[in-house]
Design a protein around this ligand. Sequence first.
Ligand SMILES: C[S@@+](CC[C@H](N)C(=O)[O-])C[C@H]1O[C@@H](n2cnc3c(N)ncnc32)[C@H](O)[C@@H]1O
Length: 302
Amino acid sequence: MSEKYHYPAFIDEIVTYGNFNGNGIVFDLYGGDGTYGEVLLEKFPQLEYFHFDIDQKAIDTASKRLERFGKRVHIKKQSCMHLDKRILDEGLSEIGCAIYDPGLRLEYVTNPERGFSVKLTGPLDGRFDQTQAQTIGQVVNNAPVEELIAILKIIEVPFPKRIAIRIAEVRKENEISTTGELASIVSKAVPFKAKRKRVPPEILVMLALRIHVNDELNTLRVAVEKGFEALKKSGRLLTISYHSGEARIYKRFARLIDERYADDENKRLKVITRKALKPTDEAIRMNPLIRSAQFRVYEKLF
Ligand SMILES: C[S@@+](CC[C@H](N)C(=O)[O-])C[C@H]1O[C@@H](n2cnc3c(N)ncnc32)[C@H](O)[C@@H]1O
């Protein structure tokens, strides 16, 4: 039976907007199962592809899947926030495109053991890198109430104080150990009207905790800055966001470059997609996880 890979949001758009001209180097900074890599390597026989991930399972899947492309593939088990000099020195002055697809691979929500899913209860884990010490369970069971409130406010979870206090009450009695237990605590902590929102509060709580445990926003911020530095002239940032916290990072970065080089009109970052693109109905049918995805493209003009 063939393996079921993650189906990412913008396959055609990555091909169209990558500006590849048939050759060059692509950095896939949240490489996952390597789907973008497979499509690009097949379509552009001169292209070299660098895949980054911190999840061993994603590294193994992508390595196997892309093996047939031989030396054109470089798989790095390393966080995209550490695009260090060593990597950039591997003959990489010509990076034409950096892809950012943060967030969840299909496996995280279909395998309860990974501790991301609210629907399928599992241990409170939620780490991309399973060698990392801190899990969602450790935060939920140990963080002071004020810290829990601050974490829930990262993405404006409704009633953060009520939820944090309820968590602290419950954990005094017993350790909170599964995603299902946490969901039920959240559901009991918030008033009825909060439960009728499009995204239920227990999903938002898991999202906030996951962002915190994996330091996701800070990582993305640094990775965008480093990826941009590494791009050649006319290179492109192909960015995907799944929530407003991620979208804000890309938009702010574009403004930051304008401000940083305000005195030099040659140093510009061109916004290619005036309006963010949304996934097609067909892509959403293939993977409902990508429903909220947005695609933005920026070009480095210097
Ligand atoms: C939405 S998935 C990418 C899916 C990919 N586009 C595909 O088609 O398979 C996001 C991936 O980013 C990885 N990731 C999370 N934090 C990372 C980091 N700091 N550096 C590199 N990869 C990271 C996750 O482990 C996950 O595999």
